[in-house]
Design a binder for this molecule. Structure first.
Ligand SMILES: Nc1ncnc2c1ncn2[C@@H]1O[C@H](COP(=O)(O)OP(=O)(O)OP(=O)(O)O)[C@@H](O)[C@H]1O
Length: 662
């Protein structure tokens, strides 16, 4: 092991006995976020890893984020479970939002129907009403900071720029922060402002993005962007109002995108706004469903048994809200309970489990069999080996619950093999696809378990196993990468320089306003396409992608890439080409990146591009991975924003794929 690897090992040692690190979920200006498994419960969590040296002067931002996350507990705010600080790093362990970024959802849908936009926006309003009621302003509202759970519940993240003025939100703030495209005019003008009023403006931009699939003010050049917002402020410019917007949505947007902060709609008035409440029978429930003073007895009892403590002592411990491993386990047990799963911990402690990974197994039936009888599988992650082991086993006997859980923890591979023998055979590493339809009318005002939304699969591609018939591999190495979580990954390679931060949102608007019209809410999309909204891209991009094929050329492909081409059936963020030749597609991606002056790096089937501004600052990092689409046996391109502004990402992807022959 090299010295640098050892160093990395040590820096992750704090997580070793408690979490198993997995793939990278995303990265921001302040670190990266990885998927991980909480060893004791087997649940997935997200771990934000911040390097103390790399963060430098921005250290206070971590403190701000931690203070906010410790205080704020709301159903639409990503839950903090555990916080670890070491000499080198901060680890922020949070609720895992498997549905990806809200932005990708908008992109996938091009824009949202008003009813769907309302479903999401009500959750944004609920989160911000709560944040403001607690004396905080978020100050960085944008679609990248809104994540989705697998059942399309929205979670606000990234409280690193939030503010909590000592004398309350009526007090003025001065620091200009957030993304320029979402920034209120008073921030851009550099005057003192109120954080809550600035949040309402950003929410207006966000609602516009949901309804129109574009931003109201955009420009490649940040000064031009400011100029556009200033023109709007001076009433010599307007944002475009597409004709498909209903009169109620226009009126809400106008009241939020109100230049004069005092005249901007207040969050209390938004809660009762007709557009927000249309077709909802109950008022928006914005208050938190969590009470820090109430501890769930069943979860506390299970923890007390595990730690060999009295229930009272455990309740006292939990109420200290230390955000340590016990707090994390409590929250995960609570989550388990809400999903109708047994509230059970193993007899062994994580350290023992790791030491005894290969110990002989002791008992047979496992605990989660009731789940297998079609009772309730919600929340069980098919692509989590530990969870999967629990789901498809034999009936539960109360006496052996701990032993069998421990068995599953000890030797997932053995259990998995047993499991597979009871299920249709699948190639190793292939994750079964699960879809669920739930049943609901009023999505927001019912308990999460009874909600009915079609579940989107997780964003990542989990099928990484080569298929005998159609494996495309580079000449030097045929090894495929391991599946997502198999062993403790004390160290994972750092991605090359992902610390660039987006400076601006970039898109030329240049369009004149469309006169308002009171069109109905459910205008079919086909009838509402407006060429003026040039920002709407991905859907059209995907439709045109089939033209890539004929224009592909095989030049400039490095033949030394080590990884195997992935096959996928997961179409999230994947553009289909009509090509059957992945090498051709890859070489064309490289060519177009280079032609556009975007520096690019090719690693296996992934082509990463980095766009910089004139001053050499990284504005955006994007990754395009060539994949084979299972059902079609065609080549696809999977897009991923590594860093930087989402709408700039959208534009760059559009350009790259268009120039590649559309
Ligand atoms: N809880 C989570 N579940 C799933 N993915 C997550 C989670 N938290 C963050 N991510 C992913 O990681 C990305 C970066 O996270 P985050 O915005 O918190 O980092 P940051 O360094 O503060 O970024 P920024 O530069 O925007 O401030 C997100 O955009 C998202 O894609």
């Amino acid at each position: 092991m090299t010295l640098s690897m050892q160093r990395r090992d040590n820096s992750y040692a704090a997580l070793e006995s408690e979490y198993i690190l997995g793939e990278e979920l995303g990265s921001g200006g302040f670190g990266k976020v990885k998927l991980a498994t909480h060893i004791l419960t087997g649940h997935k969590v997200a771990v934000k890893i911040i390097d103390k040296v790399a963060i430098g002067d921005d250290l206070p931002r971590v403190k701000t984020e931690m203070d906010a996350l410790r205080t704020l507990a709301h159903q639409n705010i990503c839950r903090l479970y555990h916080y670890i600080e070491t000499a080198e790093k901060f680890f922020i362990i949070m609720e895992y939002c498997s549905g990806g970024e809200m932005f990708d959802y908008i992109v996938k849908k091009e824009r949202l129907e008003e009813s769907e936009a309302r479903h999401f926006f009500r959750q944004i309003v609920a989160a911000i009403a709560y944040v403001h009621s607690m004396g905080f302003a978020h100050r960085d509202m944008k679609p990248e900071n809104l994540l989705l759970t697998e059942d399309l519940q929205l979670k606000l993240i990234d409280f690193g720029l939030c503010a909590k003025p000592d004398q309350g939100l009526q007090n003025h703030l001065e620091t200009c922060c957030g993304s320029p495209a979402y920034a209120a005019p008073e921030l851009i003008q550099g005057t003192a402002y109120r954080g809550n009023e600035a949040d309402i403006w950003s929410m207006g931009v966000l609602l516009y993005a949901l309804l129109c699939g574009a931003l109201p003010f955009e420009d490649e050049n940040i000064q031009q962007l400011y100029r556009k917002i200033s023109c709007f402020v001076l009433s010599i410019g307007k944002y475009e109002e597409p004709e498909w917007l209903s009169s109620a949505s226009r009126s809400l947007l106008r009241s939020m995108l109100q230049v004069e902060p005092r005249r901007r709609i207040k969050i209390e008035d938004m809660l009762i706004h007709p557009w927000i409440n249309k077709k909802y029978t109950q008022p928006l429930k914005w208050k938190t469903i969590y009470d820090k003073n109430i501890i769930d007895e069943e979860c506390a009892r299970e923890l007390a048994t595990y730690h060999r403590m009295s229930l009272d002592d455990m309740v006292t411990t939990l109420k200290k809200w230390k955000f340590d491993y016990t707090t994390a386990t409590y929250f995960l047990l609570l989550q388990q309970k809400r999903k109708g799963r047994p509230v059970i911990l193993p007899l062994l402690r994580p350290d023992d489990m790791i030491k005894n990974r290969n110990a002989a197994l002791v008992a047979s039936p496992t605990i989660h069999s009731s789940l297998d009888n079609g009772l309730e599988r919600s929340g069980i992650d098919d692509d989590n080996p530990l969870d999967t082991a629990f789901v498809f086993n034999r009936p539960f006997s109360p006496t052996d619950k701990h032993i069998s859980y421990a068995r599953a923890m000890h030797n997932g591979a053995v259990i998995m093999n047993e499991v597979r023998s009871e299920r249709p055979q699948m190639p190793p590493g292939v994750t079964p696809v699960r879809t669920r339809i739930r049943n609901v009318d009023d999505k927001e005002n019912v308990e999460p378990r009874s909600q009915t939304v079609k579940v989107r699969g997780p964003v990542k591609i989990t099928d990484e196993s080569p298929r005998p018939k159609s494996v495309y591999s580079t000449p030097r190495n045929n090894n495929h990468r391991p599946t997502v979580i198999t062993t403790v990954q004390a160290a994972t390679p750092e991605s090359a320089n992902r610390n660039g931060r987006s400076q601006s949102s970039e898109r030329e608007s240049g369009s004149t306003p469309v006169s308002p019209s009171a069109s109905g809410e459910r205008t079919p999309r086909s009838a509402t396409k407006t060429p003026r909204l040039r920002q709407r891209v991905f859907a059209s991009l995907e439709r045109k992608a089939d033209k890539v094929f004929n224009l592909l050329t095989p030049r400039r492909v490095r033949q030394d890439a080590p990884t195997v081409l992935k096959r996928t059936s997961n179409m999230v963020n994947v553009s289909v080409t009509s090509s059957t030749d992945p090498e051709l597609v890859r070489s064309e991606l490289v060519r177009v990146f280079e032609d556009k002056g975007i520096s690019c790096e090719q690693i296996g089937w992934k082509v990463s591009g980095k766009k910089k501004d004139v001053a050499g600052r990284t504005l955006l990092m994007v990754e395009m991975e060539v994949v084979m689409i299972d059902s079609l046996d065609m080549v696809g391109v999977k897009r991923k924003r590594l860093n930087g502004d989402a709408f700039l990402y959208k534009r760059v992807c559009e350009d790259v794929l268009r120039l590649a022959g559309l």
